[in-house]
Design a protein around this ligand. Sequence first.
Ligand SMILES: CC(C)(COP(=O)(O)OP(=O)(O)OC[C@H]1O[C@@H](n2cnc3c(N)ncnc32)[C@H](O)[C@@H]1OP(=O)(O)O)[C@@H](O)C(=O)NCCC(=O)NCCS
Length: 320
Amino acid sequence: MVYASFRSIGAYVPSQIRDNEWFIQRMDTSDEWITKRTGIKQRRIAAEGEMCSDMGVEAAKLAMSRAKINPKDIDLIVCATISPDFLCMPSTACIIGNKLGLNDVMAFDISAACTGFVYALSVAKAFIESGMKKNVLIIGAEKLSSIVDYSDRTTCMLFGDGAGAAIISATINKDEAIVDVSCSADGAYGDFLLTPGVERETHFMQMKGNETFKVAVKTLTSDVQKIMAKNGYVNSDIDLFIPHQANYRIIKAVGDALEFEDSQKVLTVEKYGNTSSASIPMAINECYEDGRLKKGMTILLDAFGGGLTWGSAIVKFSGE
Ligand SMILES: CC(C)(COP(=O)(O)OP(=O)(O)OC[C@H]1O[C@@H](n2cnc3c(N)ncnc32)[C@H](O)[C@@H]1OP(=O)(O)O)[C@@H](O)C(=O)NCCC(=O)NCCS
């Protein structure tokens, strides 16, 4: 039996920091309102001309070097994004592949908003376990500053730019295997978070914040309860709980409902805001770089986003 293992992580954030003061100078808001409602203090913003693919490439390079993998051994590239370099084609995965010199490799994008990285993980796992691919580069990359409506004060302060990437490889060692990934969607809630697009002449994001908040808390909580029960896991089996970094209040409500200890909960939203598909791999990378995440540990991922989409995963981290 072939299993899929989570072999390495990498991330990249642009150097430009956008703090709450930037918004205060441009609209009727305050540091107190933003902090209290969202927990966000800063976001990273891509430089002029810096594209989604550029950030994805940097994250991918780090993930590949940490996996000590020969790039020629990558046989699938999956990029999750809702802020691609080009509207329809070429896919950002193709652009990233080209920039990495991987020019004869299957590559495609996933559009599952903030759940995108967990969707990409499930695709990588399925391709590997079926025997079709051996080493999959998965990326969550977003230049959300290109689709945020900076005249809408109720949403614009939430989002930032960045990228994360991982190498998922085949293994015969069950102890290294990704335990489970579960993804779902319900298009009936499609209007909660949307970018109207070409026909309606705007590519800016619109959100029903209040409604989204409530469904997010409920879904993120029940999704974890389901995957934990299905696999016979209890909280003490989890080293780190890494939820999508949308909003401090959502994470707190979900973390409290699930009764995780503070030491298990991972929070990066204060520094980066919501980076959609990049948020979970960026958070995993942060734990790896600060030493909280080590080989053999079990992490629990929990994502929710536009679509609506949601997904969770129990992952043994196999990175050195
Ligand atoms: C966006 C969000 C922070 C807004 O918080 P909220 O408590 O729902 O706020 P409301 O929209 O009800 O607005 C409350 C008040 O604040 C005001 N307000 C809105 N944006 C503001 C801002 N940036 N600064 C100051 N006041 C603001 C509103 O006008 C309203 O004023 P009123 O009571 O006088 O009418 C919250 O709904 C949220 O976090 N939603 C989930 C968003 C999310 O994470 N989405 C991604 C999921 S993947």
